[in-house]
Design a binder for this molecule. Structure first.
Ligand code: BGC
Ligand code: CA
Length: 221
């Protein structure tokens, strides 16, 4: 017998017991009816039960949120490590297949040819400049990557014939040079822009000629 049961419930249970004694059969349908009557008599119990269930649900949800919050720092750490790996493997940007890393700089090798000025503009659009060749290691790197195709570099004497200037202001007179023998020759009096010719040695050509080009920019910070 249920302790909380009211008079009607007790009566019903005793009736059920009598029925069991009489018939010796199960009283499941009667018991269910008894419970329904009990709920009718004690509707506030249903409210308590629903409240208890909601409370339990809130505790479970709260637990889930807390455990996710606790997981967050380890996820952030994982992402951070992944970023570090990407930065080491692809210092010029893991999503960019165009830029190649060399000695603290990023280099872009064009796949289309252009005049010297268009090439210069293209580099600037990419927040970079036509390449400046400061030393032999850089010359060798560029030479191996340009594979014997003509590529414009950031060297010109168009402002003053014979006064060659690097576009980043590097002193031409004192810095590295790699001209082909006999160059620069201002052939036909119309050659003011320098490129890496054939196997990488330099030649002056008309700035309106078309060639591939190399852009450079510092490593993104
Ligand atoms: C010359 C170069 C010149 C080029 C122009 C060559 O024959 O040796 O100096 O820049 O022609 O096409
Ligand atoms: Ca020339």
């Amino acid at each position: 017998m249920f302790i909380l049961g009211g008079v009607a419930y007790e009566q019903q249970v005793s009736t059920d017991q009598e029925h069991l004694e009489e018939t010796g059969t199960t009283m499941a349908p009667r018991t269910r009816d008894s419970l329904i009557s009990w709920w009718k008599l004690k509707p506030h119990c249903l409210v308590y039960l629903l409240l208890a269930l909601s409370y339990l649900l809130i505790i479970i949800l709260f637990g889930i949120v807390i455990s996710n919050e606790l997981k967050l720092p380890s996820e952030v750490k994982k992402l951070h490590t992944q970023l570090q790996i990407n930065n080491e493997l692809f210092p010029c940007g893991s999503r960019s297949r165009e830029w190649e890393y060399f000695h603290g700089g990023c280099y872009f090798f064009s796949v289309q040819d252009a005049t010297w000025h268009t090439a210069k503009d293209h580099c600037e659009e990419k927040n970079s400049t036509l390449v400046v060749i400061h030393d032999l290691p850089k010359q060798n790197f560029l030479q191996s990557r340009t594979r014997g195709h003509r590529h414009w570099i950031g060297l010109t004497d168009e402002n003053n014939e014979g006064q060659w200037r690097w576009i980043d202001g590097t002193s031409y007179r004192t810095s590295f040079k790699n001209w082909k023998t006999g160059e620069p020759n201002n052939y036909d009096r119309g050659e003011d822009c320098a490129l890496m010719d054939g196997p990488g040695i330099w030649n002056d050509m008309s700035c309106n000629s078309k060639a591939f080009y190399v852009c450079e920019k510092p490593l993104p910070s």
